[in-house]
Design a protein around this ligand. Structure first.
Ligand code: FES
Ligand code: FE2
Length: 377
């Protein structure tokens, strides 16, 4: 069945701009794990919809600010992760919790700003919410409720998973030339593993089966054009388990086992986050797809173990993480090669055909076809 949205439109500059304005500025976007924000002055900085954002621990509270100094627009926190107060590196201004400048060095000699100027020097703040340890930011002035975006099943899953995750995280990021949505699609295409990942993942994974009770529903062109309501926003975030053989490692006995996972875990948090466990809940990866343009994506990959049972494996953790990390990035490199090639193929206007096991890809594209017509793409 043919894609409900044409390739040219799906990957276009107009679509990218509509996504930035009406998707990334409207919905809750995952920014990172709370474990990394527990310490005083800990922060995570991100770019969302072209805007620099920092989520900062201020007196134990998580606050999201625009990460741009209102004086001369320097990025205040220049690292992705770190621990430092909101002090601008350019002229040393210090910002208080409300976002106002608290200290302006040499104020009397060099600045003497009027009351109105000082008012304008306040950092803009955004909404932050955590589901368990998963921290999200919303850039809208009046954000939707987070439970309008994620089903109670997904929220419960993240809440239950959170206390089982360890505090030590390894991360890296990779840039590649393809549209971010294609990266989110490949996650839900279980049949590429035995072929594309023949040298890596396929040793463990089994053939996907078509999920019982999820028959393929093809939406009519008319439904796509007028924007039917059959595909709800919540249906785009999915918890998927697929059969696999799990290699047994000696370190398994030293970490807790999140036993709500059977087989390989793939969780899609719409729009741009993917959670994976290839060890049935003893270790995890989170991938965050950041659209840089319509044909350029940056992915951050984080890996971590389940909570340690004892300090006995403290010394081994970096080595285990490194091995885990190496495996995950090898798999990801295979995906990237395919994603770049697919993006090139689609750019000549060839439209995708979907078979019955690709219903989740079809549903997502249907949702985007509706999104495109709503926003005049
Ligand atoms: S630019 Fe930040 S203090 Fe001047
Ligand atoms: Fe893959």
């Amino acid at each position: 069945m043919q894609s409900p949205i044409g390739s040219a439109k799906y990957l276009s500059r107009e679509m990218f701009e509509a996504e930035q304005a009406h998707l990334f500025r409207k919905y809750w976007i995952f920014v990172g794990m709370k474990q990394l924000l527990n310490a005083r002055y800990a922060f995570i900085s991100r770019q969302i919809a072209g805007e620099e954002i920092v989520v900062q621990n201020v007196d134990g509270e998580l606050i999201a600010y625009r990460n741009v100094c209102p004086h001369k627009q320097l990025k205040i926190q220049s690292e992705k992760y770190g621990k430092r107060p909101m002090i601008c590196r350019f002229h040393g201004w210090v910002f208080e919790k409300s976002g106002k400048p608290k200290v302006i060095p040499h104020y009397d000699e060099l600045y003497r700003l009027t009351g109105q100027s000082l008012e304008r020097m306040c950092l803009k703040m955004y909404s932050v919410k955590a589901i368990g340890n998963f921290v999200f930011v919303n850039l809208a002035d009046t954000p939707i409720e987070i439970n309008e975006q994620f089903s109670s099943e997904v929220i419960c899953f993240l809440e239950e998973l959170s206390p089982c995750l360890d505090d030590e995280i390894a991360y890296t990021s990779v840039e590649y030339k393809s549209n971010w949505k294609l990266g989110m699609e490949i996650i839900q295409d279980g049949n590429h593993i035995q072929f594309l990942h023949a040298r890596t993942l396929s040793k463990l994974r089994e053939m996907p089966s078509v999920r019982a009770g999820a028959p393929f529903k093809q939406y009519s062109e008319e439904e796509a054009r007028i924007g039917g309501s059959e595909v709800s926003l919540k249906a785009l975030s999915v918890i998927g388990h697929s059969p696999q053989r799990v290699d047994q490692f000696s370190w398994f006995e030293h970490v807790q086992h999140f036993d709500k996972i059977s087989g390989y875990l793939d969780v899609v948090l719409f729009p741009n986050t993917h959670i994976i466990s290839a060890t049935e809940g003893r270790s995890f990866s989170i991938e965050y797809y950041h659209p840089l343009s319509e044909d350029q994506t940056e992915v951050e990959i984080q890996t971590f173990l389940a909570k340690r049972r004892s300090s006995e494996i403290d010394k081994q953790v970096p080595v285990i993480l490194l091995a885990h990390f190496r495996d995950r990035t090898a798999v990801f490199a295979e995906d990237v090669e395919a994603l770049e090639s697919v993006a090139t193929g689609m750019s000549v206007g060839v439209d995708t055909e979907f078979g019955i096991h690709e219903d989740s890809n079809y549903r997502t594209r249907y949702w985007f076809s509706k999104f495109a017509s709503e926003h005049g793409v």
